[in-house]
Every structure is written in C-alpha cells, then in structure tokens.
Design a protein around this ligand. Structure first.
Ligand code: THU
Length: 137
C-alpha cells in the first residue's frame, strides 16, 4: 500500500530545487520504484526554452539511467514559485510526461497529484492516458 502522504512530502522536497527563472512555475516529483526506492525530480528550464525538462521526466530518467525500470507510483506537486504549500491546486502531468510513463509503467501505475501536505488526488496511468498505441506494461 503506497504511503501517498510521504510521497507527496518527498515531491515538495524535490520542488525546492526547481530551476524555473522563466515560467516561475515550480514543480517537484517523487517516483516510487517497486522495491521502495524514491527518485526525485524538479523542472529544469533553459533560456532557449526547448531544452526545458519537466520534473516527472527528470525523476524517470534518473531512475532508468541507473537501470531501474519497475515503478509503482509518482507524486507530483506544482505551483507558482514561492507560493505557500496548499495555496495552489493540483499540477497534472503534461502529455509528453504521460507518454514517457506509458513506456515504463503498468496501467495501474499510480499518479498522485498533491495539492497540500495531506491533500492529494490519486489516478491510475490508464485513467490519465487512455487509448495508447502500445499496450501498457
Ligand atoms: N512542468 C513540469 O515540470 N511538470 C508538469 O507536470 C507541468 C509543467 C514544468 C515545465 C516548465 O518548466 C514549467 O513547469 C511551466 O510549464
């Protein structure tokens, strides 16, 4: 049973490292592996814009680049830079990040959208990414 609250807390920790001087939108992600390890990610922007990478993909690519490909959940938090935790709303993953998730995750992979310390919504990947061209793992 996933500890959603702890995963959201880890995402808020990751968010502290967000590098977002252009959008001023800070995102953090905490990716839970099947073995219980957590990989953190934050969005990293660039002044030519297109090299910008979302927090979710940073977490995935850290894990995959270390040989880890079995995932059970990801928590995501995002809000205007400097906002107080709990003041904003959920930050659903972009289409590109959802596509990356379909490459590595099963249909019941859990996507935990944090809104505050103990305030979150949980979706499955199948709910947020229906009708994919390849079957989910
Ligand atoms: N961003 C993420 O990191 N994850 C999301 O789910 C949504 C968007 C980042 C990309 C960019 O640095 C900033 O948020 C504004 O779009």
């Amino acid at each position: 049973m996933t500890d959603y609250k702890a995963l959201v807390k880890a995402a808020y920790e990751a968010q502290k490292n967000s590098y977002c001087p252009y959008s001023h939108w800070a995102v953090g992600a905490a990716l839970l592996t099947k073995s219980g390890k957590v990989y953190l990610g934050c969005n990293i922007e660039n002044n030519t814009f297109s090299p910008t990478v979302c927090a979710e993909r940073v977490a995935f690519f850290k894990a995959v680049s270390e040989g880890v490909r079995d995932f059970s959940a990801i928590a995501i938090v995002g809000n205007a830079e400097g906002a107080k935790i709990g003041d904003g709303d959920v930050c659903p993953p972009c289409g590109v990040c959802r596509q990356v998730m379909t490459e590595f995750c099963p249909a019941d992979f859990e996507i935990v959208l944090g809104r505050g310390d103990d305030d979150y919504e949980v979706y499955t990947l199948a709910e947020l990414m229906p009708k994919v061209s390849l079957p989910l793992k």
